[in-house]
Ligand binder design. Structure first.
Ligand code: ATP
Ligand code: MG
Length: 368
């Protein structure tokens, strides 16, 4: 999909702005605190998902105003479409001029991936971030996955609650058996789906990372289970066995120490852990490859290429890596924010927008 225009009214520090974009690369540049990320945030909100800044709706309205409006015209599935969100006491959403019960309805038409510096936690942070990254993608592409996941979580809460009683009353063992059987059944589905997704993702990420690093580095993603399973078929038996084996330890900690809720995805660059030993540029490149790889897998399923919103991605990347982002993300519409005006000098094709104080102060038309 491609975004043609964006209009903002009273959104964050922006009083009023109208932007019309290039179908390739768009660079939004300016000094700190001028409104660059605010523009990307607006472009993200049409996905129907929460802001990556995790703020309340009211925080998005320009201070002193009572409402804000954001509107876009875009092409998706070959159709010219429009989407509009009004933030006031209540949020209202229009898709192609028709009122929607929720902004979530936009998700079927408008697709984007976002990289922001906070997402570096995907490589640097704990396993929870990586599990969520994987599960969020699966919720979008595998109907039923969300249900497995929520049922699994409920059974986990039940098992943990029972562990407390089991300490003093071993006669509830039968109930514990039931919850463990449920956990093994649901957990196996989750693990297998994650592994399959990781295989598809891995292929994309390897290719993209190879490009970003000009072929100098190789990335590898490895699913790290919290118990050993010889094969896919044997996963359920192995999980059940691991649950039984960890019972006495779990009774003491009152938690379940094995299962997909404890699994992780290890990221290796040239065979070394990116989390522990990766340089800042390598970690940034890895997150970017994961995000773009995720979008490519999604594209294979939906047929629509998401737009890429890259907030402050250039800092800490050397010129070769920056050039890859500027010139080699084929077929994507990309929106990049940066402070350094030198970046725009290297742009061969595309459009640049200079933002100062929430206003557009200069636009460079596409070079051909
Ligand atoms: N609701 C609001 N009303 C008015 N101003 C706001 C509102 N929300 C945020 N701002 C201000 O918008 C300004 C620009 O924010 P933004 O995050 O877009 O900056 P930026 O250009 O991306 O800067 P940086 O280069 O530092 O990332 C900030 O100074 C912020 O305080
Ligand atoms: Mg910013």
């Amino acid at each position: 999909m491609k975004v043609h225009t964006l209009s903002l009214k009273n959104f964050r520090n922006i009083g009023e702005i109208q932007l019309s974009f290039n179908e390739g690369v768009n660079i939004i540049y300016g000094e700190n605190a001028q409104g660059k990320t605010n523009i990307l945030e607006a472009l993200w909100l049409f996905t129907g998902m929460r802001s990556f800044r995790a703020s309340k709706d009211a925080e998005q309205i320009l201070f002193g105003q009572s409402n804000a409006k954001i509107k876009t015209e875009f092409v998706s599935r070959g159709i010219e479409q429009s989407a509009e969100i009004t933030f006031s006491e209540k949020k209202t959403a229009l898709l192609n001029e028709i009122k929607q019960s929720s902004v979530n309805n936009f998700a079927a038409e408008y697709h984007a991936v976002i990289f922001s510096p906070e997402h570096l936690s995907l490589v640097k942070g704990g396993p929870k971030e990586r599990r969520q990254f994987c599960d969020n993608a699966l919720c979008q592409i595998k109907p039923g996955f969300y249900e497995y996941l929520s049922k699994y979580k409920k059974n986990l809460v039940q098992r943990n609650a029972l562990l407390k009683d089991y300490k003093y009353n071993t006669s509830i063992e039968m109930m514990l058996d039931i919850f463990e059987e449920n956990l093994a059944q649901l957990g196996t589905k989750i693990i297998l789906q994650r592994k399959r997704y990781l295989n598809a993702l891995s292929e994309q990420v390897k290719h993209i990372y190879h490009g970003i690093s000009s072929g100098k580095e190789e990335i590898e993603l490895v699913y790290m289970g919290s118990f050993d399973a010889e094969s896919e078929e044997k996963t359920k038996d192995a999980f059940l066995k691991a649950l039984k084996n960890s019972r006495s330890e779990d009774v003491n900690s009152l938690t379940t120490s094995v299962g997909p809720h404890r699994d992780d995805i290890d990221i290796f660059i040239n065979g070394i852990s990116a989390r522990k030993f990766g340089s800042q540029g390598q970690q940034r490149s890895a997150v970017l490859a994961l995000k773009l790889g995720e979008a490519n897998v999604l594209k294979d399923k939906t047929g629509e290429q998401p737009i890429a919103l890259l907030d402050d991605v250039m800092s800490e990347l050397d010129e070769q890596r920056q050039d890859y982002i500027l010139h080699h993300i084929d077929g994507w519409q990309v929106f990049i924010t940066c402070c350094d005006p030198h970046t725009i000098l290297r742009l061969k094709e595309g459009k640049t927008f200079h933002i100062a104080g929430g206003k557009l102060s200069d636009t460079t038309e596409p070079k051909t």
